[in-house]
Design a protein. Structure first.
Length: 364
């Protein structure tokens, strides 16, 4: 029987692996299970069914941040917009709230010159952020007591780092620059430095006026066009239809009409801060959770609607957000590179503003 691997188990394995890195070329052998098909539960709980349908009998439950080994993918009849189910121990789980993850460890940088930053992505299922103060020393960065879990930094999230230091385990740790919460640290082997050529502009020679994005909220399809020719197309997850939930809230429905990309940030803290207050952009996720490092973000309204990568669900083709356009991380990255205003890695800026690629959002 395949036992569950919880957050606590992972942190134990991770600490062992990090210890082993001092004696090996960053190929830890302490994790002896196959991660070629491993998924993380991204919501409070996900049910296991006796067959690939939610009309079958529920025979088990997995909980947030537990890992599940997948034996195979199964294409079912329902739901038609996302018919993929995973065969797991004892039954089947729909992939909507599961994230494919890996355990990939990286050689850290020895030094980051003062005043410079590197863009990184998390390459392990999650990593625990820590803070350092002269008064209390090293402490895990935790949520307040009214929150149910401590939020790790998740796989595929993207972060700016600006310093390498000795962490609480004696190994190298990167300092993350967070646009909402300031600075905190994570184990450096858990982050991959993204070389600038990976996020350099795509077809920057094509005039901005010759590029446009069309989003059909009925079909949940996004198309990118150059000179009226479709060069990229995918399904997305837009905002869940609904009005404001209070006097200071905005609608969760993605607005329709004509827009332009007006700001781009490759790494953005959305949702609430680590302290449960000072909310950042709350349009990203229906759960209203803490979402640091949302990747490849392209804002198109002044109130915070954006196209961006998504690491907290795999349920594209149906509305899922508070108003943003959720995309798969690699597809959001492509769109970030393709759109105007051009984000030039050589400029060393964490964002780019300006009148950019036009977006037309409609119901088809």
């Amino acid at each position: 029987m395949m036992s569950k691997l919880s957050r606590r188990d992972f942190l134990k394995l991770s600490s062992l692996a990090l210890g082993g890195l001092a004696f090996s070329p960053f190929e830890p052998d302490t994790i002896n299970f196959d991660d070629s098909m491993l998924v993380r539960v991204t919501t409070d709980s996900v049910s296991v069914y006796s067959g690939p349908s939610d009309e079958n009998r529920i025979i088990g439950t997995w909980f947030r941040d537990e890992f599940v080994h997948v034996y195979e993918e199964v294409i079912a009849e329902e739901p038609k917009y996302n018919p993929v189910w995973y065969r797991v121990w004892g039954g089947y789980m729909h992939r909507a709230r599961l994230q494919r993850v890996k355990f990939l460890y990286n050689q850290p940088l020895n030094h980051i010159p003062e005043g410079t930053r590197h863009l990184t992505e998390v390459t392990v299922p999650f990593t625990q952020p820590w803070r350092f103060t002269k008064t209390y020393g090293w402490q895990p960065l935790n949520l307040p007591p009214n929150w149910s879990t401590n939020p790790p930094i998740y796989y595929e999230s993207v972060h700016w780092v600006d310093e390498v230091t000795e962490g609480p385990d004696g190994g190298p740790w990167y300092r993350i620059f967070d646009d909402l919460d300031g600075s905190y640290y994570v184990a450096a082997p858990h982050l991959r430095i993204i070389p600038p050529e990976e996020y350099a502009p795509i077809s920057p020679d094509v005039p901005g006026a010759s590029k446009r994005i069309e989003i059909n909220l009925t079909t949940q399809i996004l198309s990118a066009l150059e000179r009226d020719k479709v060069v990229f197309q995918t399904n997305i997850a837009s905002g869940i239809p609904g009005g404001p939930s209070g006097p200071n809230q905005i609608s969760t429905t993605t607005p329709n009409g004509e827009f332009y990309i007006n700001e781009k940030m490759p790494a953005k803290h959305m949702g609430y801060s680590f302290y449960g207050s000072s909310p950042g952009n709350l349009l990203a996720d229906a759960d209203g959770y803490v979402l640091p490092g949302v990747s490849w973000t392209c804002f198109f309204t002044d109130v915070g609607h954006a196209l961006h990568g998504t690491y907290w669900h795999d349920n594209f083709g149906v509305p899922m957000s508070h108003g943003c356009i959720n995309m798969r991380s690699d597809e959001a990255k492509w769109l970030f590179r393709w759109t105007h205003p051009v984000f030039d890695p050589a400029e060393g800026s964490i964002y780019k503003r300006g009148l950019g690629t036009p977006i037309r959002i409609s119901y088809g």
